[in-house]
Design a protein around this ligand. Structure first.
Ligand code: ADP
Length: 494
């Protein structure tokens, strides 16, 4: 029998990747290409959507060629993508009418302010689960319609299509036949009603966005269309935004299961079952990966400066030569010796939401050395993640037993042990770190019967588990030290 595979397309903010999975869930090939980041003005970020598709198509071909897998051996394609990034294209020609506006782009800050003045903030939160912010797609759509000549009229005539990157790839993969997205991506547009599962008319009217622009919304695990792979038609059978794909890839599929991705920033998601949880700590309510029978919810929070603080130690302070060295340097001391770093370089996110907070290093004494500062920096990643974790548990009224981890900095054993100690829970790192691509692959594989649901847990078993070792009084003392440090960084002088 010929081996068959699932092809996951992992379209990220800086690169397009294609990852090939075999029947055992093992990665048998990866191809990756970076593409250009465009910064037309301070605070503005764009991508060339045509380049995104070109790089994505190239890595698809490359990964199959390198792994010597024929087109007809691909059982299905799954897509995972950078979320919120907005593309509008011509339905006839498939040409984007403007560069993609990237999630990081702040150009619609004024428009968001206006919408707040119109009193829409509470409606946005109640309907979409989001905070009213330029991050999400809605105001980016408005900006393109306002700034490309004739775009509003063309949109009203039904000549244009909007999509997040998943929709853009799907449109191209199906040669313009399918205009669709999944629940997780729709939930990031700030136009989707996550309770009634439909586009929200109030927001569409407030932003004057014609319905004809919008993709059809389907379950994450469903048949989206047939991609033309050389001469072969291959089903696109799974789509999810990157963080929700990682949640699924970590097999967090029941209420109370949490994953944290330790990258430049940290992204934490908690599955909350079929119950949408409204946060009182500034977390976002969003949709987790769905199927024909389940539309689960998740709570989401992020740490702005996670692994980036390690880069700061390396590049700005010169205390370490590379990221991995943070572990060996911090391990030279037994504890932080009272030193705490709060890396609020760009303000603090949930649960504090203080844009004016700035980075602070406290508790220095004559005996403080480089190792203490490096250790305090690693600890800050764990403390910030713990703040999110505690907020989620309180909001969801759920107690967590284990935290699943991935991302570059999750390879730091000391950091993972610190997280287990500080959060007083088991920390579990899976053997395959490609959890985002795995999530997309699992969705597609389930849909076409390549895998059965009961097989999934075995596809990516734990590689390493960290158990809490810190006695409760010490844990409390450290948490108090962290809270004091946070209070200091929020101090506003005259
Ligand atoms: P992203 O997807 O956000 O680019 P990655 O998952 O590739 O991030 O992780 C890279 C980040 O993790 C960088 O900020 C880097 O400083 C940090 N990092 C990588 N390896 C380690 C390590 N061993 N210890 C601590 N931090 C690390």
């Amino acid at each position: 029998m010929t081996d068959r595979f699932i092809l996951a397309l992992d379209q990220g903010t800086t690169s397009s990747r294609a990852v090939l999975f075999n029947q055992h869930g093992k990665v048998v090939g990866i191809a990756q290409r970076e593409f250009g980041q465009l910064y037309p003005q301070p605070g503005w970020v764009e991508h060339d959507a045509v380049e995104i598709w070109a790089t994505q198509r190239a890595v698809m071909t490359e990964v199959l060629a390198r792994a010597k897998v024929r087109h007809n051996q691909v059982a299905a394609i799954g897509i995972t993508n950078q979320r919120e990034t907005t593309v509008i294209w011509d339905a006839e020609t498939g040409e984007p009418i403007h560069n993609a506006i990237v999630w990081q782009c702040r150009r619609t800050a004024d428009l968001c302010q206006q919408l707040k003045q119109q009193g829409l903030e509470a409606h946005v939160q109640a309907t979409t689960g989001l905070v009213l912010d330029p991050y999400f797609s809605a105001t980016k759509i408005r900006w393109i319609l306002d700034n490309v000549e004739g775009a509003q009229a063309r949109a009203e005539r039904g000549e244009l299509r909007f999509g997040t990157i998943d929709s853009w790839l799907l449109w191209n993969l199906t040669e313009g036949k399918v205009h669709a997205t999944d629940h997780t991506n729709a939930a990031r547009t700030m136009l989707y009603d996550i309770h009634n599962h439909c586009w929200d008319q109030t927001l569409l009217q407030a932003l004057n966005i014609p319905t004809s622009l919008l993709p059809q919304v389907q379950p994450s695990q469903s048949l989206f269309g047939q991609a033309q792979l050389g001469p072969v038609a291959v089903p696109v059978a799974g789509i999810a935004g990157d963080q929700q794909a990682a949640l699924f890839g970590q097999q967090c599929t029941r209420a109370g299961m949490v994953k944290n991705t330790y990258g430049t920033g940290c992204f934490m998601l908690m599955h909350t079952g079929d119950k949408p949880v409204q946060s009182t700590h500034g977390l976002i309510t969003t949709l987790a990966c769905s199927s024909a029978t389940q539309t689960p919810y998740a709570l989401e929070g992020s740490v702005f400066i996670g692994g980036a603080s390690i880069q700061w130690l390396r590049d700005e302070l010169g205390l370490i030569r590379n990221a991995a060295e943070s572990e060996t340097v911090a391990a030279q001391v037994d504890d932080n010796n009272g030193v705490y770093l709060v890396p609020a370089f760009t303000g603090l996110g949930a649960p504090y939401w203080d844009p004016d907070a700035r980075g602070t290093l406290v508790g220095l004494s004559r005996g403080s050395n480089r190792c203490h500062i490096v250790r305090a920096t690693l600890e800050s990643i764990a403390y910030q993640s713990n703040d999110l974790l505690q907020a989620m548990q309180q909001d969801a009224e759920l107690t967590l037993t284990e935290l699943k981890v991935d991302g570059g900095a999750s390879n730091n054993n000391l950091l993972m042990q610190l997280q287990a100690d500080i959060s007083h829970c088991d920390v579990v790192r899976p053997s395959n770190s490609e959890t985002t691509a795995a999530g997309a692959a699992y969705l597609a594989g389930l849909q076409v019967g390549f895998w059965q649901p009961q097989q999934l847990a075995a596809l990516n078993p734990p590689a390493r588990q960290y158990q809490p070792q810190l006695a409760e009084p010490q844990r409390q003392a450290r948490l108090t030290g962290w809270q004091k440090a946070v209070a200091q960084c929020r101090f506003k002088g005259n």
